[in-house]
Design a protein around this ligand. Sequence first.
Ligand code: LLP
Length: 414
Amino acid sequence: MINHINNKHFIEGVSLEDISQAHPTPFYVYSQSKITSTYESLKNTLDTEIFYAIKANSNQAIIKLMASLGAGADVVSVGELERAITAGVSSKKIIFEGIGKTKKDIAYAIEKNIRLINVESIDELERIDKVALHQNIKVDIGIRLNPNIDGKTIDKITTGKKTDKFGIDTDQLEEMFQILKDLQNVNLISISCHVGSQIFSINVFIKIFQKMKNNAQIFIDKGYSIKHVDLGGGLGVKYQENKEALNLKLLKEELNKCFNDTPYKLSFEPGRYLVANAGILITSVITTKNNGGINFLITDAGMHSLIRPALYQAHHEIEAVNKDSNEFINYTIAGPICESSDIFAKNIGLPKQKVGNLLVIKDTGAYGKVMASNYNSRGLPLEILVNNEDFVVIHQPLNVKEFIALDQIPEWFN
Ligand code: LLP
């Protein structure tokens, strides 16, 4: 995403140096052209409908961009549903998933007349029918299946094994069909699954395709008119130069092989794939120190700005903006939060750095800002979108002081 020209760091036609003069670190920068080209090449290769999983990056401007490119939205809460609608995603291109939908959530989704509600349990199926009956409407639903497939990805982001909490266990289908027979206010037209995130193995995708095809046939044989099969998200993203990218062409070949004569439409719901490589997090060095022989660079971004390294031991490449020194040092890059898990990278070689220098934490467009917090009351990072020669702030968080609201502490507190 970064082009190096005359010792400057460019995102499209804007230099990082210019952005950092205008705004305090830490901040995220996204490239509009990178998101656009990634979306278009994915869409052209897969040639299926795409529902952007907005949990990956739910900034209004990013959702709006996806909508303008033609993407639908996969949402998992009323908050995300509101965001998608506000950003201009047509309600008929919104799918509502999520493991914990209350009656109120369901009522809201029905009111908004969205494409589908994907059902995650038999209990929820009955709840949707009741709410729809109350609203005197018949609502289109899909069944999220738990296909019992190991996504061969890290445990914390695997979702498709029998023992995971997601989807309806395919062993419970008979029981579900019995219950469904008596429900008058739901119209079953789709099945879906999502096996996990960061999947690179084509064999895992082949298993997903075959299982979903077999399951669709089970539903069709039962008399349901399945119009749509959603194959989930999870498309793997390259975070390291020396790693192989997901082979999308091969994925498409396998998709065609499996579904060449089927009567329903296919879709995917990727999040990470569309935005991860289109974002970077910029941070400043606050302190340099050596403890026990380890050279630390303490930065103003931390696990409160990007939690992936602390939570999943996720790898993000880090580049120093200032490369003036000929002396190379092995650094551990750590945030300012009072936890030892607040580390971005250990033992990486960089030209010698000093206080105030900028570092770029790469490929942070997905699950970065959306998972940031106010931990240690440090406040949230700013977000900036670059488009050609221009850049614009697309999210300006409230200042920490504004949410302390000391004047609202009740008198009895003393
Ligand atoms: N569909 C459903 C039902 C999902 O639960 C997810 C992600 C997606 C689609 C999009 O998956 P993707 O294409 O982005 O892999 N916070 C973690 C990732 C959690 C993913 C949760 N579900 C991380 O930072 O790695």
